[in-house]
Design a protein around this ligand. Structure first.
Ligand code: CA
Length: 224
């Protein structure tokens, strides 16, 4: 799957590109609206992530130009805080979806998956690790068949862990993946949410699914 990223803020573009590449997508990044338009119109991409405020040509103009000949390719607008009128204009202009900045990578990936999904790929909406099952579309989780009610953030954190079963994930990776690129790296929020998840996933007599590796990170045990 090929994704075009049109975004002039290097830090955000890096964050998106690195993350999407690690999920197996091929990413092409351009920082300018004119170039973005030319590439988007080649039809070589399965999805376009489009910033609104861009040098050269703004995202809404790029979108209008693309839609004049291609109504199919999903386009997700990346909108800055307070750009609500732009979001409405964007959806009117044919955007498939928009995602407000700042966003967490997990949320971006969920939206991308939702829009790339074609009939027959339904299986990719389910994750299973050990005795934990997750439905990404319905946003439901169960352990040993018993439903577990999670907040949106807890769900995103568990989804991120479940996409990397058995791997040690550092606090920074989890922070980037679940909370987003502009979160204070000194925060202890990851530890707090890991504790919430553990409490909700706990079943008497069953092993703890999330391991802590002191000063290294966390790992979702990929047992059974
Ligand atoms: Ca911008």
């Amino acid at each position: 799957m090929r994704i075009l990223v049109v975004e002039d803020e290097r830090a955000i573009a890096d964050f998106i590109s690195r993350g999407l590449e690690s999920e197996g997508y091929a990413v092409t990044w351009v920082a300018d609206g004119v170039e973005g338009e030319a590439l988007a119109r080649t039809g070589r991409f399965d999805l376009v992530l489009l910033d609104i405020m861009l040098p050269g040509k703004n995202g809404l103009e790029v979108l209008a130009s693309l839609r004049s000949e291609d109504s199919e390719t999903p386009v997700i607008l990346l909108t800055a805080k307070g750009e609500v009128p732009d979001r409405v204009a964007g959806l009117d202009a044919g955007a498939t979806d928009y995602i407000p900045k700042p966003f967490a990578f997990e949320e971006l990936v969920a939206r991308i998956r939702a829009h790339l999904r074609t009939p027959g790929q339904g299986a990719s909406t389910e994750l299973q690790v050990g005795d934990i099952e997750m439905n990404l579309l319905k946003r439901t989780v169960s352990r040993q068949g018993t439903q577990v009610n999670l907040s949106a953030r807890e769900f995103d954190l568990l989804a991120f862990l479940m996409r990397h079963p058995g791997q040690v994930l550092s606090k920074e990776q989890l922070l980037n993946g679940v909370w987003g690129y502009d979160y204070d790296p000194g925060t202890n929020i990851v530890g707090v949410y890991i504790a919430y998840l553990r409490r909700k996933l706990a079943i008497d007599g069953s092993p703890e699914p999330i391991e802590t590796l002191r000063s290294v990170g966390y790992r979702l045990v990929d047992g059974q």
